[in-house]
Write a protein that binds this ligand. Structure first.
Ligand SMILES: NC(=O)c1ccc[n+]([C@@H]2O[C@H](COP(=O)([O-])OP(=O)(O)OC[C@H]3O[C@@H](n4cnc5c(N)ncnc54)[C@H](OP(=O)(O)O)[C@@H]3O)[C@@H](O)[C@H]2O)c1
Length: 265
């Protein structure tokens, strides 16, 4: 494996590139907290920000990106289409673009599948993608293998990403293999188990061995597997800690141990 760093990227199936480490913004309220958190993340080297219409913080995310002084082209920004807007996606995209006010969106995801409308929503998004230069890539989130298969059966543009709940505690090897086989990047939300498993002894034992924190082990596990990861924190110390994962490597045998944590949970 070549040496990874904070700017390491994965190539998406449409040729664009996405940083392996991003900054998540779920449950960070719009306003000062989001603005300061995103600005700080960018200042210390994150170059990928994940938001969504549903998070209600696109205005502050966009403000921090604009004020960061970092060229727009050097920051990868994801936002998402909420299921209620599936049949009105053009309007939803327009609203997100207006709120973010950063010119374009690097990745637009269908936030959750709408049963019965999975193919129709994808077709709609595909059309927007083809006719507009305001989204650089499209993908899905929280879709299962069958839902992605149904998309692939009608797609003329493949999803570049499936963003799913993923950590060693809920790792789905079938989804991981399916994504690899179909050139779809798997992206982990909740990579820190939303804080719930950080004291688990199986994890703290591995963390002590590498002299790293449990959070750093969980994030390093993702990036070594080529899984894009987007930890969230509103505390500067943790935002920095979560990015300090490029000076060590987890052994293959410990990666396998972590892969199997979900069987113990
Ligand atoms: N597509 C989807 O449906 C979906 C769903 C959920 C999330 N997401 C995306 O994925 C991102 C990450 O997921 P998430 O926010 O749900 O959960 P997460 O990143 O797994 O965990 C965040 C929690 O861990 C705490 N934390 C962060 N760093 C820590 C550290 N170094 N040590 C100890 N605790 C730490 C945070 O607290 P503090 O903030 O207090 O530090 C927060 O409570 C979201 O922000 C969002 O962008 C997507």
């Amino acid at each position: 494996m070549s040496k990874l760093n904070i700017e390491s990227k994965v190539k998406l199936n449409n040729g664009t590139q996405m940083p392996l480490l991003g900054f998540g913004t779920y449950q960070i309220p719009d306003g000062e907290i989001t603005y300061n958190s995103v600005l700080y993340a960018l200042k210390i080297g994150y170059r990928h920000i994940d938001t969504a219409k549903f998070y209600g913080n696109e205005i502050s995310v966009g403000g921090a990106i604009r004020d960061s002084g970092i060229p727009r082209k050097d920051i990868f920004v994801t936002t998402k289409l909420w299921p209620n807007d599936a049949l009105n996606a053009e309007k939803a995209l327009e609203t997100s673009l207006k709120k973010l006010d950063i010119g374009y969106i690097d990745l637009y995801l269908i936030h959750w599948p709408l049963p019965g409308l999975v193919k129709k929503t994808w077709k709609r998004l595909e059309k927007i993608y083809k006719n507009s230069d305001t989204i650089k890539a499209i993908g899905v989130s929280n879709h299962n293998v069958n839902q992605i298969k149904s998309i692939l059966s009608i797609a003329t543009v493949k999803p570049v990403v499936n963003q799913v709940k993923c950590s060693p505690y809920n790792f789905d090897p079938k989804m991981y293999e399916f994504c690899q086989k179909n050139d779809i990047v798997m992206e982990a939300w909740g990579p820190l188990t939303q804080g719930k498993k950080l004291s688990d002894e199986n994890l703290t034992t591995i963390a002590e061995k590498y002299d790293k924190s449990p959070a750093q082990i969980l994030l390093r596990w993702c990036i070594q597997k080529g899984i894009v990861t987007i930890p969230k924190s509103t505390h500067e110390k943790r935002v920095a800690e979560n990015a300090d994962i490029f000076d060590f490597q987890i052994s293959e045998s410990d990666i396998r141990k972590l892969d199997n944590f979900s069987k113990k949970a």
